[in-house]
Design a protein around this ligand. Structure first.
Ligand code: TYD
Length: 212
């Protein structure tokens, strides 16, 4: 038996959380209890790594060190939580996954893309999502949506960094259209309708039918 692995990607302030919570409650309504995870984090080790990564005091963090910390959190999560849950037939929804590292550390920080992809493949033991939703937003709007006073270390990066990330995401989605669905920023109910349409085929394969 094999479950369904759905990931959400997008820039900071793209509204992922709202849509993930709505998806989770819609799944529960049809009798499916999804496993909700976030990256970095989702395990005791991963939450510790998350604290290191998001701490504004760690401003000088080397990009390679940063990449490996994200990968370490992901390796722990995919081996000990995601893989076993999928083997048990569950629907796993992850707020960010390996594609975030390609977008942020690869396109954003300028690290070699193939090296980052290689690190990802190693960290995840090749576990790739069935479906990835990109919530696409203009970085200027997305960053404005995040409260400046609460901005974490990555949200404080300049707009150009976030513009590279957005362009990178769009390229990744274009290169692998069978896995990715791009949904533009819009009213929450419009985004929701697009999300249901995108997920319907993959959920149906697992016998789950969402009500729009
Ligand atoms: P988080 O508060 O979870 O942001 P969001 O709500 O936007 O997902 O912080 C995660 C931050 O880490 C976010 O700025 C994206 C960044 N990130 C990377 O740079 N690389 C990665 O591999 C991952 C998973 C996240």
């Amino acid at each position: 038996m094999s479950g369904v692995f759905i990931t959400f990607e997008g820039g900071d302030g793209s509204g992922k959380t709202t849509q993930i919570l709505r998806l989770a409650s819609a799944l529960r309504e049809v009798g499916c209890e999804p496993l909700l995870l976030r990256e970095p984090g989702g395990t005791v080790v991963g939450e510790g790594v998350r604290d290191i990564l998001l701490d504004p005091r760690h401003e000088g963090l080397d990009p390679v060190a940063e990449t490996l910390l994200f990968a370490a959190s992901r390796a722990q999560l995919s081996a000990t939580v995601i893989k076993p849950a999928l083997d048990a037939g569950r629907v796993v929804i992850c707020d960010r996954y390996a594609d975030s590292t390609v977008a942020y550390q690869g396109y954003g920080r300028g690290l070699d893309l193939d090296t980052v992809r290689g690190v990802n493949a190693w960290a995840t033991r090749g576990l790739v999502p069935d479906c990835t939703i990109l919530l696409d937003v203009d970085p200027a709007e997305g960053i404005a949506a995040a409260t400046p006073a609460e901005a974490d270390r990555l949200e404080r990066e300049e707009i150009a960094f976030h513009a590279r990330i957005r362009a990178g995401y769009l390229q990744m989605a274009q290169a692998e259209p069978e896995r990715w669905t791009v949904i533009k920023r819009d009213r929450a109910d419009v985004v929701w309708a697009a999300l249901v349409a995108a997920l319907a085929p993959v959920l149906e394969r697992a016998g789950i039918r969402l009500e729009a």
